[in-house]
Design a protein around this ligand. Structure first.
Ligand SMILES: *Cc1c(COP(=O)(O)O)cnc(C)c1O
Length: 230
């Protein structure tokens, strides 16, 4: 089932790329495996899927131990400073940096280990109270401060768009985030690259691709509905 689902998503990703005049290899499809068993992830490995997303540090670490080391684990959920030490050497990208204090903790841990930790800045595009992320107008200031830290490197922006029935409603948010990313990129801040735009989930990834997403995070569309009561 998982392999068939992935094939369906892949087809839609290709179609969206085509509509947008983009190459398929400009978009990384992250299979969001949170709450799902290792066995389901293993079903996707023979087909070549290597980018997986988890939103909890403990779950990411457990799966990391059990699965091949060439998997690229993306930490997409909120990160607490006291958990940074468990994840900096396991995640290929932390998508959810939204405070100076968190960035400082990541940089300090990276320095200790002699690595530079790649991160995205999470932006709350619609100003939803329930969501993490900085306000769009705060992103550049935070990025400038992080740029001065030794062992952390900003690679772009991430957002979790509002839950909507009609994905077209999120087009404006995706478009705005892309503009913000381009604006900051054009400032040529040292140690900041802004080449990654992580946006779009099961309900709206096609629109996100049309608006310039370079990473989409798809869970339900690949693994099915999540059951949080198990
Ligand atoms: C769960 C999650 C996703 C995937 O959501 P689906 O709607 O199941 O595709 C994407 N991004 C983040 C940050 C998530 O927590």
């Amino acid at each position: 089932m998982v392999v068939e689902n992935l094939a369906k998503v892949e087809k839609k990703v290709c179609a969206a790329c085509e509509r947008a005049g983009r190459r398929r290899d400009e978009v990384t499809l992250i299979a969001v495996s949170k709450t799902k068993p290792v066995s389901m992830i293993e079903e996707l490995l023979p087909g070549g899927t290597r980018d997986f997303g988890e939103n909890k540090v403990q779950e990411l670490c457990e799966k990391y131990e059990q699965l091949p080391k060439d998997i690229r684990w993306h930490l997409i959920g909120h990160l607490q400073r006291n958990k940074v030490k468990y994840v900096v050497d396991k995640a290929c990208l932390i998508h959810s940096v939204d405070s100076l204090r968190l960035a400082e903790a990541i940089s300090a841990e990276g320095k200790k280990r002699g690595i530079t930790v790649p991160v995205l800045i999470e932006v709350n595009v619609a100003g939803e109270e329930s969501k993490f992320g900085v306000k769009p107008e705060e992103a550049e200031g935070l990025i400038r401060e992080i740029a001065g830290m030794p062992s952390i490197s900003v690679k772009g922006l991430m957002t979790i768009a509002p839950y909507v029935e009609n994905p077209e409603e999120n087009r404006i948010h995706f478009s705005n985030l892309r503009k913000l990313c381009v604006d900051i990129k054009n400032k040529n801040i040292d140690n900041v690259s802004m080449n990654i735009l992580s946006m779009g989930m099961t309900g709206d990834y096609e629109v996100a691709i049309e608006e310039g997403a370079t990473m989409i995070r798809v869970g339900t569309g690949i693994f099915g509905e999540r059951d949080y009561n198990i």
